[in-house]
Design a protein around this ligand. Structure first.
Ligand code: FES
Ligand code: FES
Length: 160
C-alpha cells in the first residue's frame, strides 16, 4: 500500500489541497481529479508536448511531473490563459487568425508552449520559434500556422 501525501498548490489562481499518491502525475491530477481536461494526454512519456502547462511561469510537461512535486507552487493550465473577461488571449486569437489547428488535440499544449517560447525571448524569428517549439508535435501538420501565430503574438502584428 502506498501512503498519500497532502499537497497544496494553486491552479489558475485557485487554491487546491489534495491527498495524492506520489505516483500520480500532475497531468492525471489535473484531468481526473480537478476536471481540467483542456490539458491533453498524448504520449504520456514526455515526447509530444500535448500536456504542457506552466509551473511558476515556466513550461513543463505535466505527464512527467509527479503531482506531489508542485506542493506550494503555482500551476497554470490552458483554462487559465484567457483574459479575465473571457476574451481570448492574444496568442489564442492568433491561433484562430492563422488556422493553426485542425483536430485541435495538440493545441492547448501548443498555446502553453508558445506562451513560454515568447516569455523566454525565443520567438525572434521563424527558425527560432520552430526550434523552441520543437517539443510540441502536431499530427495534423499545422506547423506553418502555429509558427505564424507565435510570431504574431510575439510581435503584436497581424499579417494582411
Ligand atoms: Fe506529456 Fe506527451 S502527454 S509529453
Ligand atoms: Fe491535430 Fe495538432 S491540430 S494534432
Amino acid at each position: 500500500m502506498t501512503s498519500t501525501r497532502e499537497t497544496a498548490f494553486t491552479v489558475n489562481g485557485r487554491a487546491v489541497r489534495l491527498d495524492l499518491d506520489p505516483r500520480e502525475s500532475l497531468l492525471d491530477v489535473l484531468r481526473e481529479r480537478l476536471a481540467l481536461t483542456g490539458t491533453k494526454k498524448g504520449c504520456d512519456h514526455g515526447q509530444c508536448g500535448a500536456c504542457t502547462v506552466h509551473l511558476d511561469g515556466r513550461r513543463i510537461v505535466s505527464c512527467l511531473t509527479p503531482a506531489v512535486q508542485v506542493d506550494g507552487r503555482r500551476v497554470t493550465t490552458i483554462e487559465g490563459v484567457a483574459e479575465p473577461g473571457g476574451d481570448l488571449h492574444p496568442l489564442q486569437r492568433a491561433f484562430v487568425d492563422h488556422d493553426a489547428l485542425q483536430c485541435g488535440y495538440c493545441t492547448p499544449g501548443q498555446v502553453m508552449s508558445g506562451l513560454g517560447c515568447i516569455a523566454e525571448g525565443h520567438a525572434g524569428d521563424d527558425d527560432e520559434i520552430r526550434e523552441y517549439m520543437s517539443g510540441n508535435l502536431c499530427r495534423c501538420g499545422a506547423y506553418p500556422g502555429i509558427v505564424a501565430a507565435v510570431r504574431q503574438a510575439a510581435t503584436g502584428e497581424r499579417d494582411g
